[in-house]
Design a protein around this ligand. Structure first.
Ligand code: IPE
Ligand code: IPE
Ligand code: MG
Length: 240
């Protein structure tokens, strides 16, 4: 008899995933890099479902960084197309499952049709509360902080307006809790400009598995590991 593993006792409220390794996954199979990106995108669905099942409230996925524009144009164009296809294919069923979609990052550099698709999906799912799925596309942590500071200054704020609270309220993640757990696939141990402000006290977990092969079971392993971490936020705990 198959026994379902028990749901983890401590579940992070917000998990952020650096979906890395699509290119290596494809190369291992003698496929073009874009085939890896497509396989990676197909994997998103089951991870979203797993998060909703175990009670994660926010899932942020790093899909395209502000530095990824430096890749060959065919790959960049392919990634832009894949985002549009993802929205077309998944929005309706995500909406039915109570998932709210959000976009993190700079919209201005994206084409008007893609911006429209994003706006439509975000507004269609705006009232959903089961899980917020934030897609970081054309996202960079440094750009995020610069844009927040510029918005504050443009609104007439002086030095006194540059507080932690006010900067956080102007970041693209405004209104979301900071990520509790950051997962990176494909074995790298770096943030690559992902949520650098918001990750100040996040826990970190990495696996050698490439993103297209990342499973709900691996996600549970990450969540279990998180459950054994002691978060101190600079203070002291009873054990220390
Ligand atoms: C992650 O996979 C997706 C993006 C960065 C767009 P990569 O494309 O970085 O895959 P690797 O790291 O080359 O294997
Ligand atoms: C980070 O992966 C960005 C995304 C997963 C979207 P990269 O593959 O771009 O990061 P580096 O270049 O290895 O640091
Ligand atoms: Mg990579």
């Amino acid at each position: 008899m198959m026994v379902e593993p028990a749901a983890p006792a401590i579940v992070p409220q917000h998990i952020a995933i650096i979906m890395d390794g699509n290119g290596r996954w494809a190369r291992q199979r003698g496929l073009p890099r874009l085939a890896g990106h497509r396989a990676g995108t197909e994997n998103i669905r089951r991870i979203v479902t797993e998060c909703a099942t175990v009670g994660v409230r926010y899932l942020t996925l790093y899909a395209f960084s502000t530095e990824n524009w430096s890749r060959p144009s065919a790959e960049v164009q392919g990634l832009l197309a894949i985002l549009g296809e993802f929205i077309d294919r998944e929005t309706e069923s995500l909406h039915r499952e109570g998932v709210q979609l959000r976009h993190l990052g700079r919209l201005d550099d994206l084409s008007a049709p893609l911006r429209t698709k994003i706006h439509t999906a975000v507004s269609q799912t705006r009232e959903n509360v089961r899980l917020t799925l934030a897609v970081a596309f054309n996202y960079g942590g440094r750009a995020d902080i610069i844009d927040a500071a510029r918005a504050i200054v443009a609104a007439g704020g002086g030095v006194e307006a540059l507080t932690e609270q006010n900067i956080a309220a102007h970041l693209t993640t405004r209104g979301m809790p900071d990520p509790d757990l950051i997962v990176r696939t494909s074995g790298e141990w770096r943030l690559s400009n992902f949520l650098i402000w918001q990750a100040a006290y996040s826990e970190y977990w990495t696996t050698p598995t490439f993103w297209p092969d990342f499973t709900p079971d691996l996600l549970r392993q990450a969540i279990h590991a998180y459950g054994h971490r002691q978060r101190r936020f600079g203070g002291l705990t009873e054990e220390s």
